[in-house]
Design a protein around this ligand. Structure first.
Ligand code: CUA
Length: 158
């Protein structure tokens, strides 16, 4: 089969680009361990208060893990529980959150922490808090008439 020179060059470029893309995704997923911020852990939304760890919302020290604290958050119209969290500076925190009713958002303003909380599912994200100060947690999914009142606060302290 005869192929034009330019056709060959483009074919090589295309195949090379495909291999590079797959290699980047492969290294990112399997070597660096990157994954989407939400996993598919399920929960009965009617029994959130009785289901561990959501029966004890707040910051909990953990031992023997790659991270230092678990931050358990329960969202419901129109609050986050807990309302105010103090995190020691430099801590690696695994945030575990769910909602008791409708879809809510969980965004820590000024950081890359941004999750959607869906009824029946548990959302998870691990982050290190390196900057001291106050961070606003906002709901960024419209959830009803009190949506704009739904916020909470993280204080990163020494
Ligand atoms: Cu919760 Cu908007």
């Amino acid at each position: 089969m005869h192929m034009h020179k330019y056709e060959k060059i483009w074919l090589i470029c295309g195949i090379t680009a495909l291999i590079v893309f797959l290699a980047v995704i492969g290294v990112s997923a399997f070597y660096l361990g990157n994954k989407p911020p939400s996993c598919l852990t399920t929960i009965n939304p009617e029994k959130v208060d009785q289901t561990a760890p959501f029966n004890k919302p707040g910051l909990h020290k953990v031992e023997g893990q790659e991270w230092d604290y678990d931050l358990v958050i329960v969202a419901s119209t129109f609050t986050f529980n807990p309302m105010n969290v103090k995190i020691p500076i430099g801590s690696k925190v695994r945030i575990i959150a769910t909602t008791k009713d409708v879809v809510h958002g969980f965004e820590v303003a000024g950081t890359d922490i941004n999750m959607m909380l869906e009824p029946g599912y548990v959302s998870e994200y691990t982050a290190t808090f390196k900057k001291q100060g106050e961070f606003l947690i906002v709901c960024n999914e419209y959830c009803g008439t009190g949506h704009h009142l739904m916020f909470s606060k993280i204080e990163v302290v020494k």
